[in-house]
Design a protein around this ligand. Structure first.
Ligand code: GLV
Ligand code: GLV
Length: 321
């Protein structure tokens, strides 16, 4: 069968696909336009895509042979899963293999924003370091503080468990009780308002849905402590970016660490001017280990899906009922 791959992914994944099928890979080192994706998809049975590709109804319906969409990402808000389901096309993602990497990035952002790591680096490089200073770049302590987890799924739970060495109180917001968090960390399930008011650090680990769009806006930012640090490694539109700029500018919160943005790859210009926010280019899963495993997982999902069987990480299993 024939597969279109919208961007070069780590070789171990491509090798698996090539063994059984004919593959065409985007030859450019850039995101393809929608038109280019539809062109590449012509006559293909499988589509291996990225979170940067908009796989909407127009794309999905453009190739009648299409039976499998394997996404190289855990989040799949960029794919019209409903439309795929309607057409009996299976859709898969890559959960689990990027959980640690993403949790590690959330911690990197938390440390960096809390201890002025990027600002300190710039300060030192620019020759401004003139000797030890009692008041230089004062941050916030982390040990013993309260950590607020919004979304206790795989990544949120993993992120929280990594706090063990810091002796933190854990609050979380989720639809269901997280036994791991409650038993291992004595975590408490609370309402969003309580979490916002009581947490010193708040980290977002929810998918982007219509119900989570702008979950954190002006009102929520105003509820947070002035010393709070907000971390987002989930999806940008979960935060109202303009409201966040206001919060950071006016000192409603201490700082923020962002890996994702509302209109990627655009980054709100005002954010670029602020020292109390750490900005990463959506790279939370970017470790050699994680990206290699994602490639293998995406390929394995594709191979199973093309056989007409349910891929191991199917997000629309209903089509097999
Ligand atoms: C990254 O954002 C992913 O969803 O894999
Ligand atoms: C989903 O994004 C998860 O928490 O693994």
């Amino acid at each position: 069968m024939k597969i279109f791959v919208t961007r070069k992914i780590p070789e171990p994944g491509l090798i698996l696909l090539r063994k059984e099928h004919e593959i065409e890979v985007n030859p450019y080192d850039r995101v393809l336009t929608k038109k280019e994706i539809m062109q590449g998809l012509k006559g293909k049975d499988g589509l291996l895509c990225l979170l940067t590709d908009t796989i909407d109804e127009e794309v999905i319906s453009s190739e009648p042979k299409l039976k499998m969409i394997s996404s190289y990402a855990v989040g799949y808000n960029n794919i019209d899963v409903k439309e795929a389901t309607k057409r009996g096309i299976s859709v898969s993602n890559t959960p689990g293999v990027l959980t640690d990497a993403t949790a590690e990035m959330a911690w990197s952002l938390l440390f960096s924003a809390t201890r002025h790591i990027v600002e300190g680096d710039k300060f030192t490089r620019s020759g401004k370091f003139k000797g030890w200073d009692p008041m230089l770049l004062l941050g916030q302590g982390i040990t013993g503080k309260t950590l607020g987890i919004i979304g206790a799924g795989r990544i949120g739970t993993c992120f929280a468990l990594k706090s063990k060495g810091f002796n933190m109180k854990i609050l979380y917001v989720d639809g269901k009780t997280d036994d791991t968090l409650e038993n291992e960390l004595g975590a408490k399930k609370v309402t969003l308002d309580t979490l916002l008011k009581k947490s010193d650090f708040i980290s977002l680990h929810i998918p982007l849905l219509s119900s989570t769009h702008h979950l954190i806006g002006e009102q929520e930012l105003r509820m947070m402590k002035k010393t709070a640090v907000l971390i987002n490694t989930s999806r940008g539109p979960v935060i109202d970016e303009k409201a966040l700029v206001k919060a950071l500018k006016n000192g409603w919160i201490f700082g923020a660490g962002l890996d994702v943005y509302e209109n990627e790859p655009h980054v709100e210009k005002e954010l670029l001017k602020l020292n109390n926010v750490i900005l990463q280019p959506h790279s939370a899963s970017a470790t050699v280990e994680s990206r290699t495993k994602m490639a293998i997982m995406a390929a394995e999902n594709m191979l199973t899906g093309l056989k007409g069987e349910m891929p191991p990480n199917c997000v629309n299993p209903d089509i097999f009922n």
